[in-house]
Every structure is written in C-alpha cells, then in structure tokens.
Design a protein around this ligand. Structure first.
Ligand SMILES: NC(=O)c1ccc[n+]([C@@H]2O[C@H](COP(=O)([O-])OP(=O)(O)OC[C@H]3O[C@@H](n4cnc5c(N)ncnc54)[C@H](O)[C@@H]3O)[C@@H](O)[C@H]2O)c1
Length: 344
C-alpha cells in the first residue's frame, strides 16, 4: 500500500510528491527517555508532523510515485527533478512521470489533482464547469485502469469533483474521498494561534461542510489546550477568525496573482495519504460520502472520518450547535443543486 499515482503534475501534484519524498527521508524523532507520548484522544486528531508521520513509509520500503499529466513532458520532467531531490535526501524512491494512464494499473492510491487552479476573482464554483469536464474524462480512465483502488480527490470544487469521481468510477464510496476541510481546519488553527499567541500544537480547530464559501467553522468543537475557544475569546473575535478562514484561499489567490495555494493543500493531502498507508484509523476532516449522517443522504461533504488502509472506515458525527447544523444542511443543499446541474 505505497504505490501512489498523482494525476496532475502541477503545483499541488508536484508538491505532494516532494513532501512525500522529503518526509520519508527523516526518521521519527526520539520521544525522549523512552516515554511514549499518548495519541490524541480528541475528536479530530491533529495532523502529524511530516517527519514523525511517515514511520510506515520507511518500514514498508521506498516511496513509489507515478506522476501523470496531459501536458507532454511535464510529468516526466518533474519526475526527473524529484529523483534528484530524493538522491540529495539519500532516498531510494521510485519516481516515474508519463502521459500514459494505463500505468495506473499497479497503483494502490490515486491522488487526483488535475484541473485548473483558481485565478484572481474566480470563485471555486467558477471552476466547476471546466474541471468537471476534466474529471469526467480522468474518472473513466481511473475506472478502466485502477478499478477499486483508493482515490483521493483534490481538484476543486472538491465536494462536487469527489461526487463526480465516485459516480463515474462506480467505486465503493469509502474508497473515493476528497481533501478540503482538514486544510480549512489547519487554516482556522493558524489564525487562532496568531490571535491567542499559543502554540498550534495545542489547538484542535474544526471546520466541516463544503470546501468553499459555505464551509462551516465549528467553534463549538474547537479547543485550545482542551478548553473550548468560546470560553477564551468573545463571539466577535471568533466570527472574525471564522470569516478569515473562509476567505483564506481567495486571499492567497489574490496575493499570488496567478495560481492558487499549494504548500498547505499538499501538506494536507500528505497527511491523509499517510493515514491510509500506515492504516492509522485516525480521525481527519475529509470530504466523505454521507448516507444519512447529519441527516444528509447520498452526498459527499466535509466531515470528520476515520481514515485507514480501507479508505474511509467510519464517518464520525460530532455534536453541532443548531446554527452549525443548519449551515451544514444548507451547504449540502447547495452542493446537491450544483450536482443536479452537472447531470451525471
Ligand atoms: N481541495 C483543496 O483544498 C485544494 C487546494 C488547492 C488546490 N486545489 C485544486 O487542485 C487543482 C490543481 O491545482 P494546481 O495548483 O496544482 O494547478 P496546476 O495548474 O498547477 O496543475 C494542474 C495540472 O493538471 C493538469 N491537467 C489538466 N487537465 C488534465 C488531464 N485531463 N489529465 C491530466 N492532467 C491534467 C495540468 O496540465 C496541470 O499540470 C485545482 O483544481 C485546484 O483548484 C484544491
């Protein structure tokens, strides 16, 4: 369970590969005097630091990556560069790049990052039409060459693209899921860290719902050193941090001028990939299939879920305030409406 294909060798795809190689190069740090640090028992376990989280990668052998892209030479060029990166880091990684989708045949995990990135002034929803065409085409190839394998969707708007991928491939729903709200939670945590001037390691920030304007930051479930954030700062500050979390992606796009975020997204994707490879069964916010949970049926949406080598092993229902419940359901309705328009 370590042969990974990354479809789309652009910014996010390339950075995921670089992080995986880089993290495999570092052995877990000693935990000090033989003590074992207990695992977090909170609702959402924190992302593991890149170097400590890859024990399984090291144990199971070298990282084996395949980059695929529609642009001739791009994936191959990046693969050669990444091989050099691995060599600098003294890693015997296997890295290939190609335009040939039949190479998906021997992959365990397919990470789907192909598509357009947001441009300034473009909402995630603006991406919908163009990226849905790309995803439809690629999903047919995944169905043909990587039947039943785990597919992690990154392409935006991720909730819709995950639904589309699952419908077109017809793969079991637990094998197809998306990355979105774990990144939003990390963004929320970062803003809380800056506001409260506390270490990010003590923050459990929770964001659920769609990865877009309708995301639902959940202060009710957000804690700093085990204390609910609502007991530490006033409503006004929380609302400001939540708003900035929602706007974070657009703000990055506006500063960059071209392209969208990729370091944060790639780190969030690697965190999920490691949970699969290591069979961690860790609870992570992901875009998972809901079959009645949170009163939402037959739809993909960002929620906490237990992730392991089987993919999504359990969707976790956390306690939400009435307002958060309403926002989540309206997030779901908006996705369903857009999905109906896609006619898949
Ligand atoms: N889910 C998230 O949290 C999140 C975060 C950041 C970016 N994204 C999304 O990830 C996607 C990729 O972003 P990026 O910054 O890497 O963009 P990018 O433009 O740098 O890379 C996209 C790559 O996809 C390739 N591609 C396009 N059509 C293809 C096809 N049919 N087959 C194979 N490859 C194809 C392009 O050639 C390009 O190399 C975008 O949709 C972006 O919005 C999602």
């Amino acid at each position: 369970m370590r042969k990974i294909a990354i479809i789309g060798a652009g910014n996010v795809g390339g950075q995921i590969a670089a992080f995986l190689i880089h993290s495999a190069a570092f052995k877990p740090r000693p935990l000090g005097r033989g003590k074992v640090t207990p695992l977090s028992v909170s609702i959402l376990s924190k992302p593991q630091s890149l170097d400590r989280g890859v024990e399984g990668l090291i144990k199971e052998g070298p990282v084996d990556l395949l980059l695929l892209d529609v642009v001739k030479g791009l994936a191959k060029g990046k693969a050669l560069d990444l091989e050099d990166c691995a060599s600098v880091l003294r890693q015997d990684c296997v890295i290939n790049g190609s335009e040939d989708f039949s190479l998906l045949k021997d992959r365990d995990i397919v990470v789907l990052t192909a598509g357009l990135a947001r441009k300034p002034g473009m909402s995630r929803d603006d991406l919908l039409k163009k990226n849905s065409e790309i995803i439809k085409d690629i999903s047919l190839k995944i169905k043909e060459y990587a039947s039943g394998k785990i597919v992690l969707v990154i392409t935006n708007p991720v909730d819709l693209m995950t639904c589309l991928t699952a419908r077109i491939t017809g793969f079991p729903k637990n094998k197809v899921f998306g990355m979105g709200v774990s990144l939003d939670s990390a963004r929320f945590a970062n803003l809380i860290r800056q506001e409260l001037k506390v270490p990010v390691t003590g923050i459990e920030a929770v964001v659920i719902g769609s990865h877009g304007q309708a995301m639902v930051p959940a202060p009710n479930q957000t804690q700093v050193s085990g204390v609910r954030i609502e007991r530490l700062v006033g409503e006004g500050i929380i609302a400001k941090l939540a708003r900035e979390t929602v706007e974070r992606g657009a703000s990055i796009v506006a500063h960059l001028g071209s392209g969208s975020a990729y370091y944060g997204p790639a780190a969030a994707a690697c965190d999920i990939i490691k949970a699969i490879i290591k069979d961690e069964k860790r609870v992570i916010g992901i875009c998972a299939y809901l079959d009645g949970q949170y009163t939402i049926k037959d739809l993909y949406l960002g929620v906490p879920a237990r992730v392991g080598k089987q993919g999504v092993e359990e969707v976790i229902e956390i306690e939400l305030s009435e307002n958060e419940k309403k926002q989540l359901v309206s997030s779901a309705e908006s996705i369903r409406g857009q999905l109906d328009n896609l006619n898949v």
